[in-house]
Ligand binder design. Sequence first.
Ligand SMILES: Cc1cc2nc3c(=O)[nH]c(=O)nc-3n(C[C@H](O)[C@H](O)[C@H](O)COP(=O)(O)OP(=O)(O)OC[C@H]3O[C@@H](n4cnc5c(N)ncnc54)[C@H](O)[C@@H]3O)c2cc1C
Length: 383
Amino acid sequence: MRSLAVVGGGVIGLAVAWRAAEDGWSVTLFDPSVGSGASWVAGGMLAPLSEGWPGEDAVLAFGAASLARWPEFARRIEAGTGRSVFVADATLTVALDAADVADMRTVAEWLRGRGHDLRLLDRAGVRALEPTLTRTARTGLLAPTEPAIDNRVLVGALRQLAEAAGVLVLAESVESLDLLPHDQIVLAAGAHSASLWPDLPVRPVKGEILRLRRRPGATPVPGRVIRARVHGRSVYLVPRADGIVVGATQYEAGFDTAVTVAGVRDLIADAEEVLPGIGEYELAEAAAGSRPGSPDNLPLIGRLSDRVVSATGHGRNGMLAVPLTVDAVLSLLAGATLPDAEAADPQRLSSQLAVRATGQEATARRNHGGPRERRQSSTGGVR
Ligand SMILES: Cc1cc2nc3c(=O)[nH]c(=O)nc-3n(C[C@H](O)[C@H](O)[C@H](O)COP(=O)(O)OP(=O)(O)OC[C@H]3O[C@@H](n4cnc5c(N)ncnc54)[C@H](O)[C@@H]3O)c2cc1C
């Protein structure tokens, strides 16, 4: 039986380990703290359409191909664990001012041209669908096939499935890929992946996010994911069984995962503009995590050497990307490539990255092993 080391136990590493073990690999997963990274913090939207923006065609195509795989992927999870991961089955983006209305129409037109027919709603249509939202919502864009999942349920289910399939989970940090004796290695260490393959262009992108618990008598939780832009900042509300997840800030701040007062203040203020009754909720948790960002918002899924496959760089869309990433990695391990994931091959960034022959991982470490430059903080959009 061929041996596989999976480095990193977020949703990407756990899902790859599970499915590879089912495919007959002898899998060891290394992570000092399984499921503690961005996968634990995330909101759980599966939103390639609502996140889409004219010009980002490759990102849209990758995300849509992964979304199409989610129902079957979730069915397998449910069959193996008895747990459903879905918390909503549609996404509604609302426009609060004239500029947002114009942008919304542009995006809807762009998506329509690519075969994704979203529904534009007027003010009354928005209210009919989600009566607790602000009366200032002028129009809405409904993505009826964009669901959301509970990322924490997903982490638990994937770990359960991986262990049931025979994956050996070791609570160890990998210091160098050279030290691993396995036939193949999948690098899935999220935002930390570049510390193990230093010229891999993955960087941490900080995000703060809130978990609100609905108290008795408080405004009901919306039935769909709600997205909006408030004062130029995007905000989203993702339903949970017991409340709402409100996200998220986005900063270039290195590996800083402190939750700032300003981050919490802005998220609450923006969420309240969209759902006025939210002040009645309990603030249950404020957290921050590091998204594994890539230079062009596509992940980095492909061969780095004869022995190492990269499965990282998923940025804002790592939950969405799990099923396609798993299929792509299994194909690579079988010596093939998956057409839907070819755009994510790290070689598109070849000026920053060199494919190496087996055994050259050590050289790479020595040459490029210094600390990454710390990036200065700058506020940006969302998620
Ligand atoms: C605030 C926020 C909101 C988000 N919302 C969404 C959303 O709504 N939808 C969506 O699709 N995506 C969302 N994301 C993005 C998503 O969470 C990530 O893209 C995804 O979790 C990445 O998964 P991962 O397994 O690659 O990384 P991680 O979950 O970060 O896991 C990496 C793992 O590697 C381990 N590790 C690191 N170094 C080593 C080492 N040397 N040896 C062994 N193990 C190591 C870590 O302990 C960690 O467990 C959000 C992210 C944030 C921060």
